[in-house]
Design a protein around this ligand. Structure first.
Ligand code: C2E
Ligand code: MG
Ligand code: MG
Ligand code: MG
Length: 293
């Protein structure tokens, strides 16, 4: 009987694996032509400067809308692009489009910065920083307006190579952000030695922990904010959805925040409208006005 059930499980596993493999193969095939067919587009999420509630910058996020498969999330197609050797093409597309957009915002007098996510695979290329500098030149964008975001998970790989690449980017005048901090396994020692300018606190440290975990895991964002501030980094909290979270972070001395509370990722024209507006009134200590209560 047990053997029978074991066999059933193996068959179920085979079926699930088969489905997974078929979807992957199809996505990979479709992704190859996605740029040329115009299925990829960029959306921008505002990053708020908490003391005055204004938009300090935007993060560029890639979207893939396929006519038959629908919208495929980046968490699904980016890893696939990395494995299939397509990430360089995607990265190039994103960098060009984003810098083009940024050059228009600069021409319109907007003082925002623009952040672009880069995959570790792209950083394997020793020429990466030179290519970024070239794109910036072509679009006449001052390097300090660009931020390159690299996920903390990159630290698990060749740290020396990562340090070299980030150093080259900074030498070109570009700022570097360590993304998803607190979701991976980089050590405090590594944080001290990595050549980064900005620390982005992962949303898992912002969210309230599951009820079962409360005793062991209070939100740690305030501690990480202090850590970042102490190291002289610009701290950005990710995944802010509630005014209460904003207040806690602001009280902890967090200068920047990003999340649905300030605006979801949106097309360029919509985020532009936020540049001159005040997205949220400044928080006044001792007032609960931001709670919506
Ligand atoms: P990320 O760089 O950490 O980007 C932040 C993610 O959090 C985005 O997901 C964003 O939509 C989401 N987010 C923002 N505010 C909130 C919030 O208040 N609550 C919640 N629950 N989520 C929020 P998205 O756009 O699905 O992107 C996922 C990941 O895919 C990104 O994480 C990044 O690692 C990767 N990615 C996206 N675009 C690119 C790209 O152009 N190149 C590369 N290499 N990776 C990209
Ligand atoms: Mg990012
Ligand atoms: Mg992140
Ligand atoms: Mg990420």
């Amino acid at each position: 009987f047990a053997k029978q059930r074991g066999k059933q499980r193996v068959e179920q596993y085979d079926l699930a694996y088969d489905r997974w493999l078929r979807r992957r193969t199809e996505l990979e095939h479709e992704l190859r032509g996605a740029v040329d067919r115009g299925e990829l587009m960029l959306v921008y999420q505002p990053v708020a400067h908490l003391p005055d509630g204004r938009v300090a910058g935007v993060e560029t996020l890639l979207r893939w809308h396929h006519p038959r498969l629908g919208t495929v999330p980046p968490d699904e197609f980016i890893p696939l692009a990395e494995d299939a050797g397509l990430i360089h093409g995607l990265g190039e597309f994103v960098l060009h489009e984003a810098c083009h957009q940024l050059s228009r915002w600069i021409a319109d007098g907007h003082e925002v910065y623009l952040a672009v996510n880069v995959s570790v695979r792209e950083l394997h290329d020793p020429e990466y920083a030179r290519q970024v500098a070239e794109v910036l030149r072509r679009h006449r964008v001052p390097p300090e307006r660009l931020v390159i975001e690299v996920t903390e998970h990159a630290v698990a790989q060749d740290v020396q190579q990562l340090v070299d690449r980030l150093t080259a980017l900074r030498a070109a005048g570009v700022r570097v952000a360590l993304d998803d901090f607190g979701s991976g396994y980089s050590s405090l020692g590594q944080l001290r030695t990595l050549p980064v300018d900005i620390l982005k606190i992962d949303k898992t440290l912002i969210e309230s922990p599951r009820p079962s975990a409360v005793r062991f895991a209070p939100p740690l964002a305030d501690v990480v904010v202090q850590l970042g501030n102490r190291l002289g980094l610009d701290v950005v909290a990710e995944g802010i959805t509630e005014a209460a979270q904003r207040r806690i972070l602001e009280e902890a001395g967090c200068p920047y925040a990003q999340g649905d509370l300030f605006g979801r990722p949106m097309p360029a024209e919509r985020v532009e409208a936020l540049f001159r507006a005040d997205p949220l009134p400044p928080y006044e200590p001792g007032s609960d006005a931001d709670d919506g209560s």
